[in-house]
Design a protein around this ligand. Sequence first.
Ligand code: GTP
Ligand code: K
Ligand code: MG
Length: 368
Amino acid sequence: MVNITEKIKEIEDEMKRTQKNKATEYHLGLLKGKLARLRAQLLEPAAGAGSGGGAGFDVSKSGDARVALVGFPSVGKSTFLSKITKTKSEAASYSFTTLTAIPGVLEYGGAEIQILDLPGIIEGASEGKGRGRQVISAAKTSDLILMVLDATKRAEQRALLEAELDAVGIRLNKEPPNIYLKVKKAGGMKITFQTPPKILDEKILYNVLRDYKMLNCEVLVRDENATIDDFIDVIMKDHRKYIRCLYVYNKIDSVSLEFLDQLAREPHTAVMSCELDLGVQEVVERIWKELRLMRLYTKRKGEEPDFSEALIVRRDSSIEDVCDQIHRTLKETFKYAMVWGASARHVPQRVGLGHMVADEDVVSIVAK
Ligand SMILES: Nc1nc2c(ncn2[C@@H]2O[C@H](COP(=O)(O)OP(=O)(O)OP(=O)(O)O)[C@@H](O)[C@H]2O)c(=O)[nH]1
Ligand SMILES: [K+]
Ligand SMILES: [Mg+2]
């Protein structure tokens, strides 16, 4: 039987040995493409493997959003969960105290946010070390990854974790690449650049596409700074997940003020000490902000809006999403909606299902 992990290792070694220059660029591009394919294979559940393979933990999603706590062992994930929710997750000084996914509910801004405490992961998690694959599958289902880091540990921990998540197709704080790709039945390859590319060229895209046996397709590269990694992400788009990430350094009670200041300046980063209860509430506020949920208020005809209970919807929601949130079948009897607030051109504005709402809008749905 061919061992995928070994093949991956071989390619990674070859990439490390290969010097990066103009002459090797095409070969490296091909290797990256092959690596992406193998990694996707590795994550496919093996036939007859039962609950193994890439399956996550058996915790159903609930509430308005899900946040996954991801980190090395003993960084304080369970301590944090117990602090911000009513759930108690065992915390101790030894590694792998937590062995399964423990859900808790954070109530904030009228929303119920599911927080998933997870076992610690170690280097090699993406290749199946420890419970790595299960943890990563759970992280993939979340709306926000909270990467919990130990402020007293080496700075590399963050890059190591990022590499593990990257290897399974999770892209943190990134938008999908601005490249259009359409596979066709015939007609050959048509590769177009909207503006002169700074990094890519036609040949490298052609080579990778041929290696993927995508001989008939249309490509339009809209971003002049796109890389071959971006292009491979587009080819592999069914295996990619773009998730926001908040990096949280815990145990700041044990580091110097200078170092703390340095950590806090990194992008998408917050610092806290669960032990001294420092910064924990700020982290909760950051979670809320990063989730980009919106609060809407509903209003019945002829009555005042109900500001006592917000309706929580995701960013980029339309009136149709609002209807679905209120009731499964409301859309079917929908006639029009009246909207007051930032999304309305004039107040109130009469709108249809396609209208995009804004945070704190007041919405009145009129049914047939
Ligand atoms: N100094 C300090 N210790 C902390 C802090 N927060 C948690 N700890 C300690 O760190 C140890 C590990 O905490 P846990 O909450 O079990 O860590 P975990 O990340 O859930 O660990 P695993 O489940 O094993 O992956 C415990 O001994 C905690 O008391 C903190 O802010 N400062
Ligand atoms: K622990
Ligand atoms: Mg734990």
